[in-house]
Ligand binder design. Structure first.
Ligand code: ZN
Length: 133
């Protein structure tokens, strides 16, 4: 099935998300990784970008707890974090669980959204049976 969610730049990401695979871009010229997707490399401006699968491991770079309702799908309090993947790019995401601190190791999980592709969220690496490096 071809993906219909997103735009031409993000469709491969969402198609992989349906398979619970986290894709990021890698530059074919210099090897740099980046997220979110762009038509060019942020490091060297090459237009030769390919999709690669991230390992799913990362570290909490920044973190805040949301205590007011913003959207019906998210009941406060919940954690919003900037997670730095081991490959380098940072994702703005949610954390599942509690007791997090900056510097904690986390691993990707997926939040189901019915017909829409799932969203990548993160849990403590120690709580994910297969994810700890
Ligand atoms: Zn590059």
């Amino acid at each position: 099935m071809s993906e219909t969610f997103g735009d031409p730049m993000t469709r491969p990401f969402w198609a992989a998300a349906r398979e619970r695979r986290l894709l990021i871009q890698q530059c074919e010229a210099c090897g740099a990784h980046q997220f979110y997707p762009r038509p060019h490399c942020l490091a060297c401006s090459s237009l030769g970008m390919r999709w690669v699968e991230a390992r799913g491991n990362g570290t909490i770079h920044s973190l805040t707890i949301v205590r007011v309702p913003v959207t019906p799908e998210l009941v406060p309090p919940y954690a919003v974090a900037l997670v730095e993947l081991d490959e380098g790019p940072r994702l703005l995401t949610n954390l599942v669980g509690d007791g997090f601190a900056i510097g904690d190791r986390v691993f990707v999980q997926w939040r189901e959204r019915g017909e829409l592709p799932p969203l990548p969220i993160f849990a403590a690496a120690k709580d994910v049976a297969h994810g700890s490096p």
